[in-house]
Design a protein around this ligand. Structure first.
Ligand SMILES: NC(=O)c1ccc[n+]([C@@H]2O[C@H](COP(=O)([O-])OP(=O)(O)OC[C@H]3O[C@@H](n4cnc5c(N)ncnc54)[C@H](O)[C@@H]3O)[C@@H](O)[C@H]2O)c1
Length: 346
């Protein structure tokens, strides 16, 4: 997101904990930013000082403990970053006169999932099972509270939450995530263990929701009506595939590697079916996904292939962003017969 913004000429300031993995995208890209600050959103004074110093116009709040397994291992860290951290960011933004728009990234997992076989829409009931999902549902309540209690009466500041599907793309080395697990298995010449090969997920290439977040921020900053409080970002129904489909498509790009296995035993509970409706994002922003499932996986697999070949990953990443921007500009989509769109996020 920072690289994309910087490519478009935006002045970007970033704030996060130090990278946890090696390699990591932050170091690989070394994105040119006005400010790159290492800090913790759990510390309100630090967040507040950063807002005072940077005086941002648009706040894209993505910082979170985003891993489901880690949320079981350390629910306190997860809730404090995801709930109190979100509260700190919104509160600091509220008191910063320059701020016009705040996008809070939550997730598709914020809905109470009764696995009824239909996609969730934004009015569905919130509720999580695991600590990560619940913390993000709480972040939704924090955002909604601020919208109702403070911001709706204050001219010139808009806040919305963005709920994206299962995001994949280059540059992720987190533990217990399917694509980084595939890359590690490929490097080690091993088969990957799948906890839930038949779990259905709304896979999205990372550039798709990021484009959506920027369009959402643009909608808010222009004061476009109606105001948006929450939006889903998800692929079309026919782009919804299982974890095993993802692994098979990924291996196809890498000469059949890695293979997968399904280890027996207890695994933390995760929903087997998760689908999201992005009808509202289409109606209100003209947003829809552009890459079909095969392209989504191919762009991801190719990124890691280039990385493993030792290529310049800043250049590769910029190329993918530029290619995606061209798709957006042309309004072209082979993602399954979408209508033409003429919205530019630039
Ligand atoms: N990956 C997905 O499939 C997905 C889907 C929907 C929504 N999301 C949301 O998108 C956002 C980004 O997720 P990601 O997958 O890129 O995760 P990531 O782990 O790559 O990025 C999370 C970032 O948050 C920072 N962070 C975590 N705790 C922090 C703290 N206490 N203070 C400051 N910074 C902190 C980390 O340093 C890291 O830079 C998260 O809010 C996540 O919940 C992710």
């Amino acid at each position: 997101l920072a690289e994309w913004l910087s490519l478009m000429g935006a002045k970007v300031a970033g704030f996060s904990l130090p990278p946890e993995t090696n390699p990591n995208l932050h170091t690989l890209l070394s994105t040119k930013m006005e400010r790159s600050i290492v800090g913790d959103i759990r510390d309100f004074d630090v967040v507040s000082d950063v807002f005072d110093e940077v005086r941002p116009e648009v706040v894209l709040h993505l910082a979170a403990q985003p891993l489901v397994r880690q949320s079981y291992a350390d629910p306190i860290e997860t809730f404090s970053s995801n709930v109190m951290g979100t509260l700190h960011v919104i509160r600091a933004a509220q008191h910063t006169a320059s701020v016009k728009a705040i996008v809070v990234a939550t997730t598709d997992k914020v809905y109470e999932n009764l696995e009824e076989g239909r996609p969730f829409n934004e009015d569905d009931k919130l509720g999580g099972h695991d600590p990560y999902s619940t913390s993000k549902a709480c972040a939704e309540l924090v955002a909604s509270c601020f919208n109702k209690s403070y911001l709706s009466s204050k001219e010139g500041i808009a806040l919305a939450t963005a709920r994206a599907g299962n995001v994949i793309g280059g540059g992720d080395w987190s533990v217990d995530r399917i694509v980084p697990d595939l890359v590690r298995a490929m490097e080690g010449g091993e088969a990957v263990s799948l906890r839930y090969p038949n779990a259905v997920r709304p896979w999205l290439h990372v550039l798709e929701p990021l484009g959506g977040y920027l369009m959402l921020a643009q909608h808010m900053i222009k004061g476009n009506q109606p105001a948006i409080e929450s939006l889903n970002f998800a692929p079309d129904d026919h782009n919804v595939h299982t974890v095993a489909d993802l692994v098979n498509a990924f291996s196809k790009v890498n000469d059949g590697k890695p293979d997968w296995r399904w280890p027996e035993g207890e695994h933390p509970k995760e929903a087997s079916l998760l689908m999201l409706s992005a009808v509202r994002a289409k109606e209100m922003l003209g947003w829809h996904s552009h890459l079909n499932f095969d392209e989504t996986v191919r762009w991801t697999a190719q990124w890691y292939k280039c990385f493993l070949q030792g290529q310049d990953m800043r250049e590769q990443t910029r190329e993918q962003i530029e290619q995606y921007m061209l798709i957006l500009e042309s309004g072209n989509s082979d993602g399954g017969g979408h209508a033409e769109r003429g919205v530019s996020i630039a």
